[in-house]
Ligand binder design. Sequence first.
Ligand code: TA6
Length: 294
Amino acid sequence: EICKGVNGLDKVVLREVRGSSAEVYFYGGHVTSWKNDHGEELLFLSSKAIFKPPKAIRGGIPICFPQFGNHGNLEQHGYARNRFWSIDKDPPPFSTVSPNKAYIDLIFKPNEEDLKIWPHSYEFRLRVTLGPGGDLMLTSRIRNTDGKPFSFTFAYHTYLSVSDISEVRVEGLETLDYLDNLKDKERFTEQGDAITFESEVDKIYLATPTKIAVIDHEKKRTFVLRKDGLPDAVVWNPWEKKAKSIADFGDDEYKHMLCVEAAAVEKAITLKPGEEWKGRLELSAVPSSYRSGQ
Ligand code: TA6
């Protein structure tokens, strides 16, 4: 249902019969909550998140579009997360939704101000779906409604909630190449076993598999990210010093979050007039008996 969220900003609450839920703010098309059927919050949201446009909400799943990062002429991560979206009343047929799922269709189109900073017109449709088992799915469809081609980079900047970052392991990115954002985007190759965390990490993994597992040892919980149309994956934890320098990040909150972001960064996506791109992210949280190899 549609209701008032923080600071009176409108949000949509999706509920699923077995008790799982999700919340999406019209501001930014921003998922800020995803709870399992025990009511446990699975996404990280900073206690200092500022729900006040034009500042992006710190946590949940910010949408980075039309640019990921700051290597372009736009502000960091583009502007889709800093705009108000609306309900998409006549979405083109989606092939992927069965009736027993709770979902909302949002749409964003640039206004003349937006066109001044990024001179391309498009329609960005976002469907957020809560599946029968409590899985959370985000499907973005971006159509070029301009007279000329354009290119963009993209990320679902997902903040996962973890009990203790030093007890978290990521499987699925072993041996892959990555660009290290902390070393001027220099290219390296990841070592051969699961990734663990003991300091700041800001890496853009390239040509990643469709499935990535994030294992929270303490909670005996594994997040499984499945993605489509998004070849890269960004892994970010600011650690203590960087977190302290971010105003809307609580001092020790870095211990309880990990960003694993399904993204298209290394190679920008180009759309010809009339063409549409689709980028899907599916999140599930399963008991840790799960092995990513399955
Ligand atoms: O996704 C990692 C990253 O690019 C980091 O470099 C850090 O800047 C993070 O995004 C947060 O960016 P934001 O603009 O949301 O503060």
